[in-house]
Design a protein around this ligand. Sequence first.
Ligand code: OAD
Length: 264
Amino acid sequence: MCGAKCQGGTLVSADFDPVLIAALQSARRITVLTGAGVSAESGIPTFRDALTGLWQNFDAHTLATADAFLGDPSLVWGWYEWRRSQVLAAQPNAAHRALAELARRVPQLSLFTQNVDNLHERAGSVDVQHLHGSLHHPRCFDCAHPFVLPDGIPEEPAGGWRVPAPKCQACGGLVRPGVVWFDEYLPADILDGAFNSSRSSDLLIVVGCSGKVDPAARLPRDAKKAGRKVIQINLVESALDGVCTWNLRGRAGELLPELIRQAF
Ligand code: OAD
């Protein structure tokens, strides 16, 4: 059910289902899951959108696996430094700010993101749980010792974004990006926390996720099974549509502030 009227992906007027608004108003506990779509309006490319998605333009297997890193550390480190420079130059958008605001309006809100940027934190969200790690917390490939990045936005070197990976200050091993790569496990405590939180919340709100990447994509299904209501916000149809109680079609940066305006 679409609760908002949209034209060409843009919200033109909102007449949200009153049951949805009442569910927001009465929720004691809300879990939020965000994906790349929540940062799209900050200018950060998503992964799977046609033409602009990162995986349309780059090969995940040469950039987002441990083998790729060990085979060509400078290529992989440089690619993540390029992405970190984009994030640091970007600003949080209205969707990030609305979620920080929502946390102030409900008794308990837990925010889980698949994103490796820090835009939720910069918008004022606290205790953001990163299911896929963070661009901002690299660590040693060998001993996992955290590596402290220099302040500021990394600049593109004269020769382009092929950048030697730094050496670990503890053991001299190669420093790797602090993200979860394909074929790696998500941090178990954060993943368990996400399932427990969405199962025990009154509402799960899923924003800007294609629903194509497990295990995060299982969260809405699991919440539904546990009898929870699920709100999805996405520009277009997603693999999660059949699972969600409400599918709101439009830009997260327009729909989320409007939802909050109508509910509180
Ligand atoms: P995707 O790129 O797969 O999906 C982004 C979703 O956001 C799509 O469904 C878009 O329609 C939607 N979207 C785009 N702009 C939007 C906007 N302004 N408002 C609302 N929705 C919008 O990204 P994720 O689902 O987050 O993993 O992908 C999950 C994982 O796939 C990533 O964390 C990454 C990637 O491979 C790893 O690198 C391990």
